[in-house]
Design a protein around this ligand. Structure first.
Ligand SMILES: C[S@@+](CC[C@H](N)C(=O)[O-])C[C@H]1O[C@@H](n2cnc3c(N)ncnc32)[C@H](O)[C@@H]1O
Length: 208
């Protein structure tokens, strides 16, 4: 999801107190940002922020960090932050750098409606590729938990294989989230759109 240039995006990002600008400086000490020892959950590819903002409001005892690659997208999330949410911060960065940013401090990674990169030659760019799963290893504090939702059947199948090959255990799986249990579900922008169009939403929770 790349929006066309949003006027003044870089200034809005620069002036936003919820964006962590010097994010590599906090490697291994993210808890100092929140001033507590609560678990840290991150969303990679947060888009316009509905999920991470909704989660942070719903679970004040968890610290949330949303990561997004594009200025023009993250500004849309900033616009939604009209009140201070103490347990939420955002980072504008490409997740290929993620190993340089966190060290043994993350409890859960959310991957929601990640770009499918349908061409085989781009498979390493998928956020559930073996290449990314290896990058995530050093981020986690103890047990590794990844929670993924997507409307894309092929990306889902690819991810199941990658998780399995990298020894993740399947904890929960849904092939149609809205027909299963959605009581604690927080929607993303893409999820709302695809659900309204009648597409099934796939979800998996994996641990290792
Ligand atoms: C299809 S959108 C989904 C947005 C949101 N998660 C949702 O479910 O509505 C994927 C998002 O991931 C971001 N993204 C893709 N690759 C990324 C990367 N390597 N690092 C950070 N963000 C990335 C894109 O810019 C885009 O905003």
């Amino acid at each position: 999801m790349r929006l066309r240039n949003v006027k003044g995006a870089s200034t809005i990002i620069e002036n936003c107190p919820f964006i962590i600008k010097d994010y590599k400086e906090y490697k291994g000490k993210y808890k100092t940002i929140f001033n507590n020892n609560n678990p840290i959950h991150i969303e990679i590819g947060m888009g316009k922020g509905d999920f991470i903002i909704g989660m942070a409001k719903k679970y004040p005892e968890i610290n949330f960090i949303g990561i997004e690659k594009f200025d023009s997208v993250i500004v849309r999330a900033i616009e939604k932050l009209d009140e201070e949410i103490p347990n939420l911060r955002l980072i504008r960065m490409d997740a290929t750098e993620i190993e340089e940013v966190f060290d043994k401090e993350v409890d859960t990674i959310y991957l929601n409606f990640s770009d499918p990169w349908p061409k085989n030659r781009h498979s390493d760019r998928r956020l559930t590729s073996l290449k990314f799963l290896k990058r995530y290893d050093s981020l986690f504090k103890n047990e590794k938990t990844i929670i993924m939702k997507t409307d894309n059947r092929k990306l889902f199948e690819f991810s199941l294989i990658e998780f399995n090959n990298y020894n993740y255990k399947f904890e929960e799986i849904s092939l149609d989230l809205y027909k299963d249990d959605i009581k604690d579900n927080v929607q993303t922008e893409y999820e709302r759109r695809f659900h309204e169009l009648g597409f099934p939403i796939y979800k998996i929770i994996v641990k290792k």
